[in-house]
Design a binder for this molecule. Structure first.
Ligand code: ADP
Length: 386
């Protein structure tokens, strides 16, 4: 049973010099017992530094890290009861799989040889690598090496797993397979896990909760669906979701949102949310824009620039005034559409997001999913993954 508490964690590189870098900026969050938390954000946002600080591979500038109430901030890595899995696997090339998996236990535990062997055999079985126990890493494929690295973490029976982009060296197909396997494994073992990735799809599909980071700061922590439908700010709205949300600059005049190329009428509820603000950024998810529409549906016209069928969907880029907007529609609907053509699109107010252009704070999120059922609970079941 392990809960991880991070309080006001700060890591500054090159302290006191002209080139100070605040890699982690006052980060506070709690990872619940058995939870699968994913840190996601663009390259350089501080994900690895945070993970390495938790593992004890970096000295933190200030703040604290606790496991089940015990302060581990100044502890040596080996005393933290944490196992880390790296992107490059970090296996010892001269050791067999068995030796790689048992090395940590031999050095850092009081277990005898039989107990170590039993643990290694069990973890190897779990990871499907029993046949590889006497082989060296150089003779294994990337996927097999990653299984060994995971097996090595499992034998430690740690309180917390830390995983730093563990699947990014695998090819696309294997990555998807390993995603599912890792998720099943984590559910089975119930070990509190922090997983780092820059890939929002990986975060959305695997996480119980996602922590979105930018520039060393926590932007939002929530379930994948919360981050998708209720982003805390424009950064999260843009980062989570593929294709990304479209953003249009509008000026509110009463209950009309005025864009260079169209006007969109909104309800009094939305006007209330805007307060005094007149300058706004309108956000539209590609799947919330429909082909067709007339004057009763706030129709907007645009010129087709690009059509990209993906099999399940078709992405169509259109220009509306000076803005390019991506639509995600059924491929059948895209059949009659051609590049250069003027088409009409429409969208509902429920699917319109609004942001403050100065602070990037969210003013209005997707309201299609609320209010919910007869008991008044939120329709958005935030406990599940998409
Ligand atoms: P991410 O894992 O999200 O890509 P990192 O945690 O690796 O981000 O890096 C966060 C910031 O800290 C970046 O600006 C990076 O250049 C800087 N940084 C990371 N490691 C060091 C280091 N050892 N020395 C100086 N700056 C570093």
């Amino acid at each position: 049973m392990s809960k991880l508490d991070i309080k006001q964690l700060r890591k500054v590189y090159n302290r006191g010099t002209d080139t100070e870098i605040v890699a982690v900026d006052d980060l506070s969050l709690t990872v619940d017992d058995g939870e699968f938390l994913v840190f996601v954000g663009p390259s350089g946002c501080g994900k690895s530094t945070t993970l390495r600080s938790i593992a004890g591979l970096e000295d933190v500038t200030s703040g604290s890290i606790r496991i089940d109430g015990r302060d581990i901030t100044g502890q040596k890595p080996k005393n933290r009861d944490i196992a880390m899995v790296f992107q490059n696997y970090a296996l010892y090339p001269h050791m067999t799989t068995r030796e790689n998996m048992s090395f940590g236990l031999r050095v850092n535990s009081m277990l005898d040889d039989d107990e170590i062997d039993a643990r290694v055999n069990e973890a190897a079985k779990m990871m499907g690598i029993s046949e590889l126990l006497e082989k060296r890493p150089g003779t294994l494929s990337g996927g097999q090496q990653q299984r060994v690295a995971l097996g090595r973490a499992i034998v430690r029976d740690p309180r917390v797993f830390l995983m730093d982009e563990p699947l990014s060296n695998l090819d696309a197909k294997l990555r998807i397979q390993m995603r599912a396997e890792l998720e099943t494994l984590q559910n089975k073992l119930g070990v509190t896990t922090i997983y780092v990735t820059h890939d929002q799809t990986e975060a959305m599909t695997m996480a119980d909760r996602i922590a979105v980071l930018d520039d060393g700061k926590l932007q939002q922590i929530g379930t994948p669906l919360e981050c998708y439908y209720k982003p805390a700010n424009q950064f999260v709205a843009e980062f989570i979701g593929s294709p990304t949300m479209n953003f249009l600059t509008v000026e509110r005049s009463g209950n009309r949102l005025v864009h260079d190329a169209f006007e969109f009428v909104v309800s009094n509820d939305t006007v209330d949310l805007c307060g005094d603000r007149t300058a706004l950024v309108m956000g539209l998810r590609p799947e919330d824009i429909d082909l067709g529409g007339d004057e009763t549906t706030n129709a907007v016209s645009g010129i087709v620039e690009v059509i990209q069928p993906t099999g399940d969907d078709a992405y169509i880029d259109i220009t509306i005034g000076d803005d390019t907007v991506t639509l995600d529609i059924d491929p059948e609907q895209s059949v009659g559409v051609s590049v250069g053509e003027e088409i009409t699109v429409s969208f509902d107010e429920e699917g319109v997001y609004l942001f403050d252009p100065q602070t990037e704070a969210t003013i209005k999120t997707n309201t299609e999913l609320e209010p919910a059922g007869p008991d008044g609970s939120d329709a958005l079941d935030t406990t599940t993954k998409p």
